[in-house]
Design a protein around this ligand. Structure first.
Ligand code: GLN
Length: 509
């Protein structure tokens, strides 16, 4: 058998069910790797400091923000008990780690923010609960951009996440800890959230597979809110098959607790993985291949499209004319929602409170100025501005109208094709610090992931090659509403004839 961390989630589940491996053995293996990784980060931070690439205010702390070995091993022992007594659930004993934006009872939850440092939730997010119910063992919580705001994982209050393929580069964001941990084999899979690309883009930058389902398919209950009309949870793993297994467990109705949850029964996304893709019409938006797309990314994506054509698919040129507008639209609507969602962090009920203050107003002001990082404060200000009297019609209402047009453009496109394909991001992962002082350049890099988010469509990232500096490139697949199964089918068939998803970065040490 391969080393435990080399096994796919599916193979791991099988080895556990047939008792070739015990849940404790598996948990100990991953915990040891995570420990070793954490130790290596300390060296990384000090090695990198002299070159000026590491920000001293944001030292590297790696992928994990919290672990509790005692709790993880107790879960694993309980799984072993079930495995030995014929009560095993489908993913009994298979480890997973969660983006630190999902609240968890047994681990602290920070959302990557100082304002929530040390916070403990009295309950588990629905998605976490559903994965526990199928028998998964939690390894801990993973680093992310503060309140999921970012494209580089440089906005976490607890340090940057280095890209495992090149430690001088970003892992992507905001689910950078999730992507890096999976790429390094510190966990077989992780949860992520995607508001404007945060599952797809870090998955692409770290060479793993990730899917964001249709808005409403996975419950948002217990996912710390950034922009509620966009936030969605999804799995990040090595392959489409592993993502299909996890997504089947994660999705399903939760209408009592999440008013935007779709009241549809769960689906088994593994059923159609092997369907033939003969005759599949793949829409290629010309706006996704316009200037601004780096040649290395274009070449890898085009080679992937050529592979799909050899497998029987046909390419159809389509138009998504408002692609460029998705950036201003998103960066009006998401901050508007964030400014409202983040008003609850005021030092009163939970989280950080400033030490010295004269009165209530000063307490609010100092708590929020000290507790939130620069990017979060910027977005709260932008959000409050676009919602304010006199600007609401000019910005917020206009943005909502264009959002609707973006959805309509997709529906027009889907009358000509079955799935849409293109790049996930215009370039491979950039160097740490390269864009951190220029928020706009970070925002521009979201151009290809924002449209599907604004329309609430499912999207995924599939490794499709390597570009500059031998950095991974992701192929983005976008489906119509509730067509997750079709995306996973195309991705799985592609992974059946390509090996990009099997490539690994060097050892974590
Ligand atoms: N990069 C985008 C942002 O900063 C998307 C983040 C996300 O999907 N959570 O808002």
């Amino acid at each position: 058998m391969n080393a435990i961390h080399e096994l796919s989630l599916t193979a791991l589940a099988h080895a556990l069910q047939t008792q070739q491996l015990s849940a404790r053995q598996v948990a100990e293996h991953f915990l040891a790797r995570a420990r070793q990784h954490a130790a290596s980060q300390a060296h990384l931070a000090s090695d990198m400091a002299p070159s000026g690439t590491a920000d001293p205010a944001h030292p590297s702390c790696g992928a994990f923000l919290s672990m509790d070995e005692g709790y993880t091993l107790a879960q694993a022992d309980a799984s072993d008990q079930r495995l030995q007594t014929g009560q095993a659930r489908p993913l009994e004993g298979v480890p997973i780690a969660h983006k630190d934006i999902f609240v968890t009872q047994h681990f602290p939850t920070t959302a990557g923010s100082k304002i929530l440092a040390g916070y403990r939730s009295p309950f588990d997010a629905t998605v976490v609960g559903r994965l526990n119910e199928v028998g998964m063992v939690s390894l801990g919580k993973l680093n992310c951009d503060e309140f999921a705001m970012g494209s580089a994982n440089e906005n976490s209050a607890f340090g940057v996440v280095h890209n495992p393929w090149d430690h001088t580069r970003i892992a992507g964001g905001s689910s950078g800890g999730s992507a890096a941990a999976v790429a390094m084999g510190l966990t077989p899979a992780a949860t992520g959230t995607d508001t404007g690309g945060s599952i797809r883009q870090p998955a692409a930058f770290c060479g793993i597979t990730g899917i964001k389902p249709t808005y409403g398919r996975a419950s948002r209950y217990g996912m710390i809110a950034y922009a509620s009309s966009l936030d969605q949870a999804g799995p990040m793993a090595r392959s489409a098959e592993d993502c299909a297994t996890l997504l089947s467990a994660m999705c399903g109705p939760d209408v009592e607790r999440d008013s935007t949850s779709l009241d549809l029964p769960p689906e088994d996304y593994c059923t159609h993985l092997n369907n033939d893709i003969q005759g599949l019409r793949i829409g290629v938006p010309k706006e996704f291949f316009a200037k601004g797309l780096a040649d290395d990314v274009r070449d890898a994506v085009q080679a992937a499209l050529a592979t799909l054509v050899r497998m029987g698919a046909q390419l159809v040129e389509i138009e998504l004319p408002k692609t460029e507008l998705s950036i201003p639209v998103y960066y009006i609507l998401a901050p508007a929602e964030a400014s409202s969602n983040l008003s609850r962090f005021d030092g009163v009920k939970f989280g950080y409170r400033t030490k010295d203050y004269k009165d209530l107003d000063e307490m609010y002001q100092k708590t929020r100025s000290e507790g939130f990082g620069a990017e979060v404060q910027r977005r709260i200000m932008v959000g409050a501005y676009v919602l304010s009297h006199g600007y609401y019609d000019a910005y917020y209402v206009q943005a909502q109208k264009i959002r609707r047009m973006i959805s309509e453009d997709f529906q027009r496109a889907f009358s000509q094709c079955d799935v849409i394909a293109g790049p996930v991001a215009p370039t491979v992962a950039w160097k740490l610090g390269e864009k951190s002082s220029d928020p706009l350049s970070n925002y521009l890099a979201d151009i290809f992931t924002l449209p599907a988010s604004l329309a609430g469509l499912p999207g995924m990232s599939v490794p499709c090659g390597f570009g500059e500096g031998h950095m991974p490139v992701g192929l983005q697949l976008i489906g119509n509403y509730l067509k997750e199964s079709q995306l996973l089918n195309v991705a799985h068939r592609f992974q059946g004839v390509s090996e990009w998803h099997t490539q690994r970065p060097g050892s974590p040490a």
